[in-house]
Design a protein around this ligand. Structure first.
Ligand code: GTP
Ligand code: MG
Length: 348
């Protein structure tokens, strides 16, 4: 099992598999020192699949067929070949989400489990729903085709975790609608279609809106455009950053309790030594005093060594987190408890 799980929720045809292949294509090659890696077999399979998507001569055939069963992947996000964090990802048929009774129940339960275990969730909104110029119609389409089904999963997540996960609303195929829906309108539509995410109350809600595309001109000339993913790494960086922050918090708590325990143990040994030293000379054992002195010294040395190791680990994690924040500052639409802000506001 990986360090964390990230799951994308999206209906059939919304672009989940293309997102995964685009992500691996872009991040497999590396970007500003970051790479995404996986095991050898998966690497070969994913490379074959994105090579087909790169083939500009295949027309519509270059795109993957609809997913017909669930596949699980484990990836590592690395910087300079050092792993920042590993994450599990599932790719599943979008139909699973709204066909729970007639479809494969086991598959549905598997996807639901992945969702409830995720540290961050992505909602995949098909950008083709945002084509045209009637805003109300676009809102209705997103509600009918996406929000209505996806809401159920968030309400179940909230029930089992008592918090809402950091959520990225990923607008796929943004190339198709960018001329009809500018960025302000995009935010208005998403805020209305996913209104529970933008409520201002005491529950923590962190939501971003990230338009992505696997290639701005990919559909031009009979789908002969170039595969050139746009923004595809940002949701993943966001998910990893939140999981890393949680890990840092747990690590600091672990360090505090280790220090406390360590102090208690050496205090106890010191008390024992003092007691031995205060005994009447006929009962006092020099050997025992020396043994206790050695034990105290050894415990202190061990404590310092382990504290240094823990500090080094903390520094590595904090460093990685600071680096990711620099990338995340590029996400323009961040909402903290319903208010527009930036990633730096989350840290505050
Ligand atoms: N123009 C454009 N089309 C895209 C983009 N991403 C995906 N598509 C198109 O959308 C189709 C469906 O994408 P998939 O990734 O297969 O959708 P899915 O969510 O995996 O669908 P299921 O497997 O059925 O759940 C693809 O065959 C492409 O034609 C994009 O960024 N831009
Ligand atoms: Mg698919």
């Amino acid at each position: 099992m990986a360090d964390t799980q990230i799951t994308i929720l999206g209906m059939s045809g919304a672009g989940k598999t293309c997102y995964l292949l685009g992500l691996y294509y872009k991040m497999g090659a590396g970007m500003r020192g970051y790479t995404i890696t996986t095991d050898e077999d998966t690497d070969v399979r994913l490379r074959d699949r994105y090579a087909k998507m790169c083939d500009q001569s295949l027309g519509k055939e270059r795109f993957p067929a609809g997913t017909d069963n669930i596949s699980k992947y484990q990836f590592n996000l690395q910087h300079g070949y050092n792993t920042i964090m590993s994450f599990d990802w599932v790719d599943y048929p979008g139909g699973t989400l709204d066909r729970k009774n007639e479809g494969n129940l086991e598959e549905y339960e598997d996807v639901k489990k992945a969702i409830n275990n995720s540290s961050s969730l992505f909602i995949c909104v098909d950008g083709s729903l945002l084509c045209g110029d009637d805003v109300d119609e676009k809102i209705d389409r997103v509600k009918d085709e996406c929000s209505s089904v996806i809401n159920t999963f968030f309400s179940e997540y909230f029930e089992s975790n008592n918090v809402l996960p950091p959520t990225a609303i990923v607008v796929t195929k943004y190339d198709l609608c960018k001329d009809d829906t500018d960025e302000d309108e995009l935010c208005d539509i998403i805020e209305e279609a996913f209104s529970p995410f933008f409520v201002k109350d005491h529950n923590e809600r962190i939501v971003t809106i990230i338009p992505v595309s696997i290639g701005l001109n990919i559909m031009d000339d009979d789908c002969a455009g170039k595969l050139k993913p746009l923004n595809i790494h940002l949701p993943i960086f966001m998910g990893i950053w939140f999981a890393l922050s949680k890990r840092i918090q747990n690590h600091i708590e672990g360090m505090d309790s280790y220090k406390k325990k360590q102090k208690q143990e050496t205090d106890r040994a010191r008390d024992k030594k003092a007691k031995e030293e205060n005994k009447l000379w006929i009962f006092k054992s020099k050997d025992e005093i020396q043994r206790l002195a050695r034990a105290i010294q050894e415990a202190e040395r061990e404590g310092e060594k382990h504290t240094k190791e823990l500090n080094d680990m903390l520094n590595v994690m904090t460093n990685n987190s600071d680096k990711l924040i620099k990338e995340l500052e590029k996400i323009p639409y961040v909402y903290i408890n319903g208010e527009r802000g930036t990633f730096s506001d989350i840290i505050k």
